[in-house]
Design a protein around this ligand. Structure first.
Ligand code: NAI
Length: 462
């Protein structure tokens, strides 16, 4: 049989497998899912398309989904985030995967398309950033004759449009069928969740979706503590710059911004935060950070990191004013936080993979990380396994919920119930030696909860 995968080098599988063994010991939530559901196989019959960074941690997620009975095909959701040894290990294990670190945008959409190629079609999506969902929904509209993406606004849109048109020409009706077959989607990240709520508001979301990001055990851990470890890791691996004493600007003080500011300040950098939301600005100030505008500090700071999930946050006029050898990077989901397109006609010197030096008209040079794509996954290996275990345990529970009870849900965006959120946290306590105290019946009654939880009302913000 022809090989059903695209990876950089299948001989990296043995190395990937060794790192998988280490990761499994750090992912107690996923391993507990294997123990709890490995024999009942609640995902039997599910044909899941995964579009999520193809890392070692994701490999443990994939093998958990397979152990629970699912058929899985996988693509990465970012052109730079794949760990080639992880992809090789998954391919060798028999799960089709299409991901290479440094793949082109055209390959990105072609690989996503290939990950839908189950003989009987896909029926579930596990998404990170919404590309897989968008591919099907945009494709179905264009197949029905809508003139979407008629004037592509970016290289990204040129690539997705070309792939959709190719699929329509090769298999007319494919998008409509796939859209009808999908029973649900679980979405990993803030930016993808924004897209889902937006689709639902416009009446364009045809299936139920679970917002994994807003499980407390996801966004308050992965986005925050994950970035706390992986942001500085990315900058160091890219530049080897001395962090202590440098002035670093973190744009955005949401969950990712909080983790990023903590990461840089933990490394000794003097951190300045920019925000548009008065609540987050006040939080940053009371966490001890100077809060001001980018305009105020753009000429003097050494390191710039966007964490907003918004577009055009660092603009060309900012980059023209930066000091020589300023480091510029993004840790938000998409690359439009920095106006990289406006730098294309400048002189680029590639230093090494995912690190470029760009000469500005005034002779100053900028060090741009991962061409403006998320630098913790492009320049380093993303978050550590332990925190990804919490995120991915939510993903597994969301897939089980949608696959086994999907018909009880109307199209819309849902969050997992709090008892499951608490369960995910509980599964991670033993590994780090945490002992929980227990409420007695009187105490529980006094604060109005059950001794076994949930311990907080829905409106509690952690
Ligand atoms: P969030 O919504 O909690 O935080 C974003 C913050 O940026 C908000 O407080 C908002 O007020 C602020 N903001 C928006 N526009 C701004 C502007 N022009 N200037 C200054 N501040 C601005 O979102 P969260 O969860 O922190 O996620 C941020 C991004 O990071 C998203 O794209 C998300 O998908 C991505 N992400 C990346 C991860 C990674 O490992 N690289 C991990 C988790 C999320």
């Amino acid at each position: 049989m022809a090989k059903d995968y695209i990876v950089k080098d299948i001989s990296l599988a043995a190395f990937g497998r060794k790192e998988l063994v280490i990761a499994e010991t750090e992912m107690p939530g996923l391993m507990a899912c294997r123990t709890e559901f490995g024999t009942t196989k609640p995902l039997k019959g599910a044909r899941i398309v995964g579009s999520l960074h193809m890392t070692i941690q994701t490999a443990v997620l994939i093998e958990t989904l397979v152990e629970l009975g699912a058929d899985v095909r996988w693509a990465s959701c970012n052109i730079f985030s794949t760990q080639d040894h992880a992809a090789a290990a998954i391919a060798e294990g028999g799960t089709p995967v299409f991901a290479i670190k440094g793949q082109s945008l055209e390959e990105h959409w072609d690989y996503l398309d290939k990950s839908f190629a189950f003989p009987d079609g896909a029926n579930m999506i596990l998404d990170d950033g919404g590309d897989a969902t968008l591919y099907i929904l945009y494709g179905a509209r264009m197949e029905a004759g809508e003139d979407l993406l008629s004037v592509p606004q970016s290289e990204e849109e040129v690539a997705i449009k070309a792939q959709i048109l190719k699929r329509i020409a090769e298999t007319p009706g494919w998008f409509a069928k796939t859209k009808a077959d999908i029973q649900g989607v679980s979405e990993e990240t803030t930016t993808g969740v924004h897209r889902l709520y937006d689709l639902h508001k416009k009446g364009e979301l045809p299936f139920p979706a679970i917002n994994v990001n807003d499980s407390v055990t996801k966004s308050k851990f992965d986005n925050k503590y994950g970035c706390k470890e992986s942001l500085v890791d990315g900058i160091r691996r890219a530049t080897d710059t001395m962090m202590a004493g440098k002035v670093a600007v973190v744009m955005g003080y949401g969950d990712v911004g909080k983790g990023s500011a903590a990461s840089l300040s933990g490394a000794g950098a003097r951190v300045i935060v920019t925000e548009v939301d008065p609540i987050c600005a006040l939080q940053a100030a009371m966490d001890g950070f100077q809060v001001t505008t980018l305009d105020d500090v753009v000429e003097t700071a050494d390191i710039f990191v966007t964490t907003t999930g918004n577009k055009d946050v660092i603009r060309i006029e900012h980059m023209r004013r930066m000091k020589d050898m300023a480091i510029v990077g993004n840790i938000g989901h998409f690359d439009n936080e920095i106006q990289v397109a406006a730098l294309k006609n400048h002189k680029w010197t590639n230093i090494k993979e995912q690190v470029d030096m760009i000469e500005m008209p005034n002779g100053h040079r900028l060090i741009l990380l991962s061409e403006g794509r998320l630098l913790n996954l492009g320049n380093a290996t993303g978050h550590p396994s332990f925190v990804m275990s919490a995120s991915f345990t939510n993903q597994v529970l969301a897939q089980i919920e949608l696959w086994t009870k999907g018909d009880e849900y109307q199209p819309g965006v849902y969050i997992l119930p709090k008892h499951l959120d608490e369960k995910v946290a509980r599964l991670h306590l033993d590994r780090i030696g945490v002992k929980l105290s227990k409420l007695d019946a009187e105490q529980a009654a006094y604060i109005g909860v059950s001794p076994d939880g949930p311990f907080k009302p829905e409106h509690y913000r952690y």
